[in-house]
Design a binder for this molecule. Structure first.
Ligand code: 13P
Length: 251
């Protein structure tokens, strides 16, 4: 028996129009109709969120945005707020993805502000952390994970922390076809759970779902999910294909 209900999430990044989103859901829904062993989350780009939420209505599939601003409204051209995402039918939001840290100036401090805004809007944050290849090679994986966690979660209470999901996504494994081995992922997940225990107590750490992300495919999901430390997956490229994503959900 698994200690926690798994979460399989798909991050579509900057892929799929509304029409392509509807096509995905038409094919994906029947393939996961009986998948009650896990929670399923799909994160389309902003313009497709409402259509995805409508297409997923009445199913167990939940919809996530890929980012949010920390304000609720205001003169911030190009930004989208938590209340807007909730109103569009989102239940979850990805925060702090490495692509946002790498290309859009995201820091642990802005991640922290976005996390608080997501919680205030009643959204479940999917917090992404992970080391780069030079950091891993320099033996800094553990310290990077701890710094990102502590920065993101600064000043939260255990009650505020409780809905949060964490995704461990080693940057060197994203979009490279180079997956972390189940052992490497499990080691990182133990570091994360241990730190959450120190910050928010043992009950919070035992309840926390930690997802692995980075080149997850239908042919490696089973090995990853065989580890009790790994509570699910955050899937990029393979989540764009309804057949591949369904195979991953039905691991
Ligand atoms: P890939 O599965 O394409 O490596 O992407 C992982 C990811 O970044 C999910 O957020």
């Amino acid at each position: 028996m698994r200690p926690r209900v798994p979460v399989i999430a798909g991050n579509w990044k900057m892929y799929k129009s509304v029409a392509q989103t509807l096509d995905f859901f038409e094919k994906f829904k029947p393939l996961v109709a009986r998948a009650d062993h896990c929670e399923i989350v799909i994160a389309p780009p902003f313009p497709a969120l409402a259509a995805a939420a409508e297409a997923a209505r009445g199913t167990r599939i939940r919809i996530a945005a890929q980012n949010l601003h920390w304000g609720s409204e205001g003169a911030y051209t190009g930004e989208v707020s938590g209340p807007m995402l909730a109103a569009a039918g989102c239940s979850h939001v990805i925060i702090g993805h490495s692509e946002r840290r790498q290309y859009f100036g995201e820091t642990d401090q802005t991640v922290n502000r976005r996390l608080s805004a997501a919680l205030a809007a009643g959204l479940i944050p999917l917090l992404c952390i992970g080391e780069t290849l030079p950091e891993r090679e320099a033996g800094q994986t553990e310290s990077v994970l701890i710094r990102q966690l502590e920065g993101a979660l600064a000043a939260l209470t255990p009650a505020e922390f409780s809905p949060i999901l964490v995704a461990y996504e080693p940057v060197w494994a994203i979009g490279t076809g180079r997956t972390a081995t189940p052992e490497m992922a499990a080691d990182a997940h133990r570091v994360i759970r241990d730190r959450v225990g120190r910050l928010f107590g043992r009950a919070a750490s035992e309840k926390l779902r930690i997802l692995y992300g980075g080149s997850v495919k239908p042919d490696n999901i089973k090995g990853l999910m065989a580890r009790p430390e790994i509570d699910g997956a955050l899937v990029g490229g393979a989540s764009l294909d309804p057949l591949a994503m369904a195979a991953i959900v039905n691991f």
